[in-house]
Ligand binder design. Structure first.
Ligand SMILES: Nc1ncnc2c1ncn2[C@@H]1O[C@H](COP(=O)(O)OP(=O)(O)O)[C@@H](O)[C@H]1O
Ligand SMILES: [Mg+2]
Length: 280
């Protein structure tokens, strides 16, 4: 065999081997534990949590309140240091580093002195000069989520749900590839919430980002996710991992299918059991 043929054969092997194609996960959390000490009392909040979000995957976390979900997000965002464990993004260790993610906190946290439009544009500004057309794009998005006419308003002039939509857009238009969404729809009424779910589903299917999503709403998690991690009560640990089998694009009709209802029942039961334990 000539050297050229050998090289060619080796190249083909490398290209066709599965490892060569698999990019590292967008996010990989390994063995994270965390305790807080408050007035000399130590609370163990998270215990040995490992999870991942593959490139362009939509992954949800459900679990009782107080089990450390928001704390986990703070650690992924580099705001809080874990006691143990590592966080990797695209294969690189980023434990304790900030600026790697686009984040929508549980409280909308808009800046009161900036208009809605300027709040939405904030992440792009922090990363550097605003791209041409960024302002126009922001206005189009504001209209899509029903905030047209409020571009120049200040946050205190908006209802809680409207502030949440603006905060959501700010995360969406941020340049980072990984989005962390902490109960983004919790302040919305049921009707707006289901509209926003449908909107997010379509948007994500068109323009896939890697997303880690916290929600209390099981139906929402099943409709949107590739995978769901079910957390135990405090200290939070992963009790169950559910791969959601429905093909994409997903439509609302799947929520009536027997398979959907079966998964919904199973997840609801796990959640009830955890809630009951934490109330004891
Ligand atoms: N900075 C902190 N100092 C002390 N305790 C904290 C801090 N942040 C969170 N906690 C505690 O950690 C626990 C988990 O909180 P959190 O992560 O907000 O839960 P979840 O988002 O699952 O409802 C709560 O008991 C909360 O009081
Ligand atoms: Mg929370």
């Amino acid at each position: 065999m000539s050297q050229a043929t050998q090289i060619e054969q080796r190249t083909t092997e490398i290209i066709s081997s599965p490892e060569a194609h698999t990019a590292p996960p967008a996010l990989e959390v390994s063995g994270i534990s965390k305790s807080f000490t408050h007035r000399r009392r130590e609370t163990n909040v998270l215990n040995n949590v490992s999870l991942k979000v593959e490139q362009q995957e939509f992954v949800s976390i459900v679990g009782p309140s107080g089990c450390g979900k928001s704390t986990l997000f703070h650690m992924i965002g580099g705001l809080v240091k874990p006691d143990a464990g590592t966080i990797r993004m695209n294969g690189k260790i980023v434990t304790g580093q900030r600026g790697e993610i686009s984040y929508m906190p549980q409280q909308p946290a808009l800046f009161p002195w900036r208009t809605i439009e300027d709040n939405v544009l904030l992440a792009g500004e922090i990363k550097g000069a605003l791209q041409d057309g960024a302002r126009e794009e922001a206005r189009q998005w504001l209209a899509k989520v029903g905030l047209n006419g409020f571009e120049q308003a200040y946050p205190h002039m908006l209802s809680g749900g409207m502030q949440q939509r603006a905060a959501f857009l700010r995360a969406l238009l941020a340049p980072q590839e990984l989005m962390l969404l902490d109960e983004p729809f919790s302040a919305l009424d049921a009707l707006t919430r289901s509209e926003m779910q449908r909107w997010l589903l379509e948007l994500w299917e068109e323009n896939r980002r890697s997303v880690l999503f916290i929600t209390h709403n099981i139906e929402e998690a099943l409709l949107l996710s590739n995978r769901i991690y079910v957390f135990s009560g405090r200290p939070g640990s992963i009790l169950h991992t559910v791969d959601v089998p429905f093909p994409r694009p997903r439509r609302d009709e799947i929520t009536d299918s027997p398979e959907f209802l079966k998964l919904k029942r199973q997840l609801s039961q796990w959640m009830r059991e955890e809630q009951a334990k934490s109330e004891k």
